[in-house]
Design a protein. Structure first.
Length: 494
């Protein structure tokens, strides 16, 4: 029999339904795999009991002749940003260490209602702030990939959803939840050769998800391929009255409508994304992607997004500003860590708790955010950044008059070594150069693996679509996936 951990979401779902194997066999196989891969540090908490309980329910339903739920028999990984009832949720920060929610996030509850089981909580950049999974208070996640030149430098799995990307790529789970504020699903997916989609802002509820930047945060799936992402996104999405930004729309059947033909479609190539010093391999893959789109029946047109160059500066004003407000709740009073020096007053407790609980990157962003929101600087920075955000959204609206989707690289490089960029925050922030604009505009965007660089590391292509057109993004991504024929996987060293 094929190793069950080599199967994706669709194959597991269908195999359980057909009786090719039991849900219990699937859960057992992945539980063993997770336990044997501790060196990757992808999981912060392992929850085999949860996965086994869901498997038991799936097998019992099948034995009784009942219609199985959409994800019956599928165990997944849950990013530690989602609150899970009775299971520690830390956002990879010491300040929340020991926090065990008494409630379930809407996204995770939707997945459990669909029959999925949880293998554990996945490591991440602290409070989702980072592009390499090096800011976690519980240690770096290590990518399962290695350079083909024999160098043993541990590589970044991307961030902030680095635990999710590493776990899916290493076959520790067939799919995982991620969150994307400025690229934190797409960039890590590109780094490890898997697929990941950020849906339209508001498609997935933010209720019960630890907040970073509320006007940007959006949950999405990370999985082996486009079909698996469509299946998982259907289960995650939906209107939630507890979230004021949730879209009151029915969830389409994205999987059933998958169609890789792009006949009659126009693909826009934004000229501003041809950034200075772009590696030749990234540019070559982009050109190859254009040919794949043309082969799928699409017409290629050049478009302009003139305010793209302002996207990163605007993002790194807006996101820290919202973070400084959201993270003010972590003060040692209501939940999480508390530092109370002898003889301290309330202000001393606040300061000591936040100093001990937050990591350097979180502190950096809180300070930036507090500064740009302060009296005398609010109009100069935050107001201006908000205006730029509107102009960026308008750029996309004008582009849609000429094309149906945009094709760009996902990231400006392949995975880099851990420690290579962590000393230079600006170099790290540049990892988001291709993903931030669509986040600021709230648009759906997906990364699919397109090939390998000369060191044998994955490179990704990104499809951006109109608001609410997840179907179009999935279809265009499927066209790329079929033509790329990406089957490379990391060789197990862990």
């Amino acid at each position: 029999m094929t190793d069950l951990t080599d199967l994706g979401i669709a194959a597991i779902r269908d195999g359980v339904r057909e009786g090719s194997f039991s849900a219990r066999e699937v859960a057992d196989a992945f539980i063993v795999k997770v336990a044997a891969a501790k060196e990757l540090n992808a999981f912060l908490v392992e929850t085999p009991d949860h996965a086994l309980a869901a498997a038991k329910a799936a097998d019992a339903a099948r034995a009784a002749g009942e219609t199985l739920k959409p994800l019956a028999g599928v165990p997944i990984g849950m990013k530690d940003l989602f609150c899970t009832k009775g299971v520690q949720t830390t956002a990879a920060s010491h300040i929340l260490e020991g926090f065990t929610p008494t409630y379930e996030s809407t996204v995770s509850q939707n997945l459990w209602d669909a029959g999925a089981g949880m293998l554990g909580k996945l490591n991440m950049d602290q409070f989702a702030m980072g592009s390499s999974n090096e800011t976690s208070a519980f240690g770096n996640v290590i990518s399962p990939w290695r350079r083909s030149d024999g160098g043993n430098a541990p590589l970044a799995p991307g961030g902030s959803s680095g635990g999710s990307s590493a776990a899916v790529a290493a076959r520790l789970c067939p799919g995982a939840t991620g969150t994307d504020t400025g690229g934190s699903i797409r960039q890590p997916a590109a780094f490890v050769g898997i697929s990941g989609i950020k849906p339209t802002y508001g498609r997935c509820s933010r209720w019960g998800t630890v907040a970073f930047a509320s006007s940007l945060d959006q949950a999405g799936p990370m999985a082996r391929d486009v079909r698996d992402c469509a299946i998982m996104l259907e289960a995650m999405a939906g209107f939630d009255p507890k979230d004021g930004t949730s879209l009151q729309l029915d969830v389409p059947n994205w999987e059933a409508a998958l169609n890789p033909s792009l006949a009659g479609k126009k693909i826009g190539i934004p000229k501003e994304y041809r950034v200075d010093n772009m590696p030749a391999e990234i540019d070559a893959l982009w050109q190859q992607g254009i040919e794949w789109m043309r082969d799928a029946g699409a017409e290629i047109v050049e478009v302009s997004l003139p305010h793209t160059k302002y996207a990163l500066p605007a993002y790194y004003i807006i996101a820290p500003a919202e973070a400084s407000s959201n993270l003010a709740r972590y003060d040692g009073v209501r939940f999480g860590q508390r530092e109370l020096p002898e003889g301290a007053n309330l202000q001393d407790m606040y300061a000591a708790t936040r100093a001990a609980g937050f990591g350097p990157e979180v502190k950096r962003r809180i300070l930036i955010g507090t500064y740009v929101l302060s009296a005398g600087f609010y109009d100069a920075y935050f107001t201006q950044a908000s205006k730029v955000r509107t102009l960026i959204a308008q750029d996309f609206d004008k582009a849609w008059e000429q094309c149906d989707y945009l094709l760009t690289p996902t990231a400006p490089s392949a995975a880099f070594a851990l420690g290579e960029k962590s000393a230079d925050p600006l170099a790290m922030y540049l990892n988001d150069v291709f993903t931030v604009p669509s986040s600021l505009a709230g648009l759906p965007a997906m990364s699919v693996p397109g090939g390998l660089d000369k060191q044998g590391l994955p490179l990704g292509l990104q499809v951006i679509g109109k608001a609410l057109d997840e179907q179009g993004v999935l279809n265009a991504s499927l066209a790329l996936e079929q033509r790329a024929g990406f089957v490379a996987r990391p060789e197990a060293w862990w």
